[in-house]
Design a protein around this ligand. Sequence first.
Ligand code: SF4
Ligand code: SF4
Length: 91
Amino acid sequence: MTYIIGEPCIGTKDTSCVDVCPVDCIHPRSDEEGFEAEKMLYIDPDECIDCGACEPACPVAAIGPEDAPIEGVSQDEWDKWLTINTDWFKK
Ligand code: SF4
Ligand code: SF4
């Protein structure tokens, strides 16, 4: 399992989640190359330990587990966001 970041992060990108993640699996961090150009942040599914710490830290409720979509999002749509998060780390 992994947690996923969805559409509400776009345009918010305040990095509150990065500060609470114990395994540093949310990228790009603000000190990483490409942060300014990136429209949102992503969770690395291979590194996430499903601790859930990031979910309440997000001011716009953009984060949730892969099997529990955020408000207003269907599981099918959430599955697409899982792919978006996963693919970002394959670049
Ligand atoms: S669930 Fe935990 S490990 Fe996974 S991204 Fe959130 S804070 Fe990091
Ligand atoms: S806390 Fe939420 S809005 Fe802020 S960077 Fe993380 S996912 Fe995006």
